[in-house]
Design a protein around this ligand. Structure first.
Ligand code: HEM
Length: 219
């Protein structure tokens, strides 16, 4: 359990408040099998298809949130993922990818949540934090593992490339400063931390369904 004071910076509260959820998401069967070479490119492609739907909803929320002065401080064009995911899917599924991808029920639930609350500042901060800081952190490890285990090159993995962010560490530091600079009140901070926990759970639920669809050789 976190013993941090509620006055701690939001970035710290988000990190500490989602430590257990991060552990759960990271150790979910689908993720560990994918990361250790027990699955195949088709499993990764299915994950990418889910990510497209999620990022469309997240980035639609970004477009709304950036109209607000405080919200605008959290929206960075260099983080935009939808075009990269679309290129990845065209590579992974071929030119008819749009008719081949399917959206899992857990992905639909994630998107419904984003549509319901994703344009409120604390909730947007929570969802954007969970995805973008994750992509800039563990995502970089995922990219290397896909290349190592499944013979992928750069094509199909553009999602993990941030060409305008050459070094992730300083960028993540700026992002955390922006989170802290939102100056949310106590109610907003509590909402943000609770929503980040929910965001991790929603991600994990997608992994569970992906795991059912891609059991791998170990069953
Ligand atoms: C393959 C599975 C994963 C691995 C190996 C992994 C690994 C990591 C590592 C090593 C860091 C720390 C990076 C640093 O200190 O700069 C990190 C941070 C983070 N990860 Fe993951 N991760 C995984 C899955 C996820 C998932 C599924 C999510 C959420 C959807 C996520 C969200 C985050 C976030 C938000 C941070 C930033 C924590 C902070 O500093 O506030 N990760 N991850």
């Amino acid at each position: 359990m976190s013993t941090l004071a509620p006055e701690a910076p939001l970035s710290v509260l988000l990190r500490e408040g989602t430590r257990a959820e991060h552990q759960d998401a990271e150790s979910e069967g689908f993720v560990s099998r994918l990361m250790s070479g027990g699955l195949d490119v088709a499993a990764y492609a299915d994950l990418a298809a889910q990510q497209l739907v999620v990022y469309r909803a997240l980035e639609e929320a970004s477009a709304v949130v950036r109209r607000d002065v405080r919200g605008a401080t959290l929206v960075f064009d260099e983080l935009t993922r939808v075009p990269a995911i679309e290129r990845d899917l065209a590579h992974l599924y071929g030119p008819s990818w749009r008719s081949e991808v399917r959206t899992l029920p857990a992905t639909r639930a994630y998107v419904e949540r984003l549509r319901a609350v994703g344009t409120r500042l604390p909730e947007y901060a929570a969802h954007a934090y969970t995805r973008y800081l994750g992509d800039l952190s563990g995502g970089q490890i995922v990219q290397r593992m896909m290349q190592r285990h499944y013979g992928m090159g750069d094509a199909g993995l553009e999602f993990y490339d941030f060409p305008q962010i050459p070094k992730t560490k300083p960028f993540k530091d700026v992002y955390r400063e922006r989170l802290d600079g939102l100056a949310l009140d106590a109610v907003g901070v509590a909402a943000a931390v609770a929503e980040a926990q929910e965001a991790f759970r929603l991600n994990r639920a997608v992994f569970v369904e992906l795991g059912e669809a891609h059991p791998g050789t170990a069953g």
